[in-house]
Design a protein around this ligand. Structure first.
Ligand code: SF4
Ligand code: SF4
Length: 380
């Protein structure tokens, strides 16, 4: 079949530099790495926030180093590396994650993701224009370097969700406000693929994150590096591997229903090491919620708001863990958080909260839990 797309899985037990480079190189070759000779290549790791690599919130620096070396070995003329973290300055988050140092040591270019340029997307279902990091316009080949993680809003974050970081800084929050429903947010992510197609993806699944991802979960050893020319195919295989029905991942489910996104799971071909070798006995998932869609279809807006308040998990702030860094307050797109009475943890207005979980994504102290059926002021 002409349009078949390979998803390559290769075993790699740890973050040894040589081992990762050898495994990543094999995976890229088996997955059909694109022609980069003489081209400008943008590598987009996950730099969600300023976290040490051991927390498994961000792409491991050893994987970035291997990716830079491999891309250079294929003849790339320029290698740009960048991401727009949730609210912290890019350089600060880059340093803490160790990714900035790797870029300097390897002689790649640290691209400034704080400034953007408009990019039109004529075929977009929801969005006709994005503002994307300037490096996107310079790059001839774009490569996603995701971390294998669960995700509160999208249930799974891999190669495609990683590309949300092409949108500079706090502008990302505006999209959460504009598209508070999961399915609309997922469509926006799919439209982003039309605006800036990702040519290749290399997933860091050596140490993954289970449970309360993408920031407050638990590291989990999978010993896996994945590669593919399709972000959809990679995430379809990866989410299925840990126990999701891939079509339950909102952006995957919507992509298979709409030809404009050019994805069909029937075209996926696996190669490398056998998939079953990596299937964990247990992987703690984010529970998939279907009730919101059902509610939306059958009840009036006022009742939907009340039911959503009750049924969709809400953030609860744990006072004793909070260090009053204000990251959650700054990123909250709904302006639902305020500091009052000299308390460390913020107060939350649940009527205003749109359940986007950006606050949980940026909290450096895991001081936010997502809970259903809670009355009171949202602090404990
Ligand atoms: S409080 Fe948290 S979940 Fe609610 S809107 Fe603000 S950032 Fe999103
Ligand atoms: S809850 Fe987390 S992000 Fe918010 S102020 Fe406290 S430590 Fe910072």
């Amino acid at each position: 079949m002409n349009n078949e797309v390979f998803v390559t899985l290769k075993a790699c037990t740890d973050y040894n530099d040589d081992k990762v480079l050898a495994t990543l190189s094999q995976a890229c070759e088996l997955a059909g790495f694109p022609q980069v000779k003489g081209k400008t290549v943008l590598l987009k790791p996950n730099i969600l926030n300023a976290s040490a690599p051991e927390r498994c919130t961000t792409t491991h620096p050893v994987v970035l180093r291997a990716a830079i070396r491999y891309v250079r070995s294929q003849g790339a003329a320029r290698i740009l590396v960048g991401d727009a973290p949730g609210w912290q300055p890019q350089d600060m988050a880059g340093s803490k994650t160790g990714l900035y140092q790797v870029v300097q040591e390897e002689g790649a270019e640290w691209a400034d993701f704080s400034r953007g340029r408009p990019v039109d997307v004529a075929q977009g279902k929801l969005i006709r224009r994005f503002t994307l990091a300037e490096a996107v316009g310079e790059a001839e080949v774009i490569i996603s370097l995701p971390k294998f993680k669960t995700h509160g809003l999208m249930y799974f974050t891999g190669a495609l969700k990683n590309m949300f970081g092409l949108i500079p800084g706090l502008q990302k929050s505006a999209f959460h406000m504009r598209f508070p429903d999961r399915s609309d947010f997922a469509l926006m992510l799919n439209d982003l693929q039309l605006a800036a197609p990702t040519h290749f993806a290399i997933m860091d699944g050596i140490m993954a994150m289970e449970g309360k991802g993408p920031n407050s979960g638990t590291p989990k050893h999978l010993g896996l590096i994945m590669a593919s020319r399709s972000v959809y195919a990679m995430d379809w295989v990866a989410s299925g591997l840990i126990g999701y029905k891939p079509e339950d991942i909102p952006y995957l489910g919507l992509a298979v229903q709409d030809l404009r996104y050019g994805f069909s799971p029937d075209t996926i071909r696996l190669n490398g090491d056998p998939l079953e070798q990596f299937r964990p006995q247990h992987f703690e998932l984010v529970k998939v919620l279907h009730e919101n869609d059902i509610i939306r279809a059958h009840v009036p807006d006022w009742l939907h708001r009340i039911l959503k308040n009750l049924l969709v998990p809400r953030p609860v702030f744990i006072e004793k863990k909070c260090i009053h860094c204000a990251g959650c307050v700054k990123i909250c797109p709904a302006k639902a958080l305020t500091f009052v009475n000299g308390r460390k943890a913020p107060d939350i207005d649940y009527e205003a909260c749109i359940r986007c979980y950006c606050c949980d994504e940026v909290c450096p102290e895991k001081a936010i839990e997502l809970k259903k059926f809670l009355w009171g002021r949202g602090r404990r």
